[in-house]
Design a protein around this ligand. Structure first.
Ligand SMILES: Nc1ncnc2c1ncn2[C@@H]1O[C@H](COP(=O)(O)OP(=O)(O)OP(=O)(O)O)[C@@H](O)[C@H]1O
Ligand SMILES: [Mg+2]
Length: 301
């Protein structure tokens, strides 16, 4: 099975609002899949549909090749660990007591729990009450609970939310180690920088639609960076640039969006012919943040 998670036209409507709109997700086995999108774009709703917590209005989800529905839910959840919204756990109990409850509920051996706690590096903190934990510790305990069943797939909804930079770095490190151990991880975030380097495949959501899915390299190659043209005679340049290129002047430089190589050549020829005194042509370095903003603001590349 090439894809651990596959959805076809997965859709959720609340009343007349479509909050998840025809998603075709493909999550390869063994990857960290970064599920990115601004607030309200439909990440949590999608994850809940994958866990059969919310039923789709249309379309289908398959996990481990099996359709997700109320009948298959129990069986599927044996192999899926999840952390959706706030971290679980009884605040008045210690980490150890919480883990014992999980162990009994899941009916798994003690070693599962011990390994899970060690994986998230919480073995020294187990005798504290959960209410005394920092947010990062609560998140890690939540992940340990999700790992106790030794899942093949881990679904984490914004595990970096509210963490400080050190906490975020620890979370990244944890996700990488999990993937190295063969667990497929789907992790959501509304802040791209938090997981982009950890995720090997990205799915970018905007207003319920999948705007991009693929590797970081594919994301960069699918976009056309701005062309920046430097010239000694900006007024002449301005009068020679066709309006439809939506060019703008920034600090005396001409910035033109989304030009391919041929269009760039045509423009430079025009500028030279107009006597603009062109002395520099380059492409801007686009950060992944810029791409993400372009994508989610404009509704597509
Ligand atoms: N039970 C519900 N009833 C009605 N509307 C809902 C329900 N659950 C979610 N929504 C709406 O669906 C949209 C998507 O919500 P969702 O929680 O999936 O977004 P999200 O991408 O997880 O956002 P965030 O980054 O804020 O967590 C939102 O506009 C939300 O108000
Ligand atoms: Mg959410």
């Amino acid at each position: 099975m090439a894809f651990l998670v596959e959805t076809d036209g997965l859709t959720k409507r609340y009343g007349d609002r479509t909050v998840v709109d025809g998603l075709d997700l493909r999550i390869p086995a063994g990857c960290v899949y970064g599920f990115l999108g601004p607030n309200g774009s439909g990440k949590s709703t999608t994850m809940k549909m994958l866990l059969a917590l919310v039923s789709p209005s249309a379309g289908e989800a398959r996990v481990f090749g099996r359709p997700v529905n109320r009948d298959t839910r129990r069986g599927l959840l044996r192999d899926i660990g999840s952390l959706i919204e706030s971290p679980p756990g009884y605040a008045h109990l210690t980490g150890r007591e919480n883990m014992r409850i999980v162990q009994r509920l899941l009916d798994v051996p003690q070693t599962n729990v011990e390994d899970a706690v060690r994986t998230v590096r919480m073995h020294d903190q187990l005798d504290k009450r959960v209410r005394e934990y920092s947010l990062g510790m609560k998140q890690r305990l939540g992940i340990a609970m999700a790992l106790a069943r030794r899942p093949r797939l881990l679904i984490l909804d914004e595990p970096t939310n509210g963490l400080d930079p050190a906490g975020i770095e620890e979370m990244r490190d944890l996700l990488r180690r999990l993937a190295d151990d063969g667990v497929t991880v789907m992790v959501s975030s509304h802040q791209l920088g938090e997981i982009d380097r950890t995720a090997s495949v990205l799915g970018i959501l905007g207003r319920g639609r999948l705007l991009f899915q693929g590797t970081r390299a594919e994301l960069f190659s699918a976009s056309t960076p701005d062309v920046v043209i430097e010239c000694f005679e900006p007024e002449r340049a301005a009068s020679a640039v066709p309006d439809e290129l939506a060019a703008r002047f920034v600090d005396g430089r001409l910035v033109v969006p989304a030009l391919d190589d041929r269009e760039t050549r045509r423009l430079v020829d025009r500028l030279v012919a107009a006597g603009a005194g062109v002395y520099g042509v380059r492409r801007t370095e686009q950060s992944l943040e810029d791409l993400f903003m372009d994508l989610t603001a404009g509704g597509g590349l």
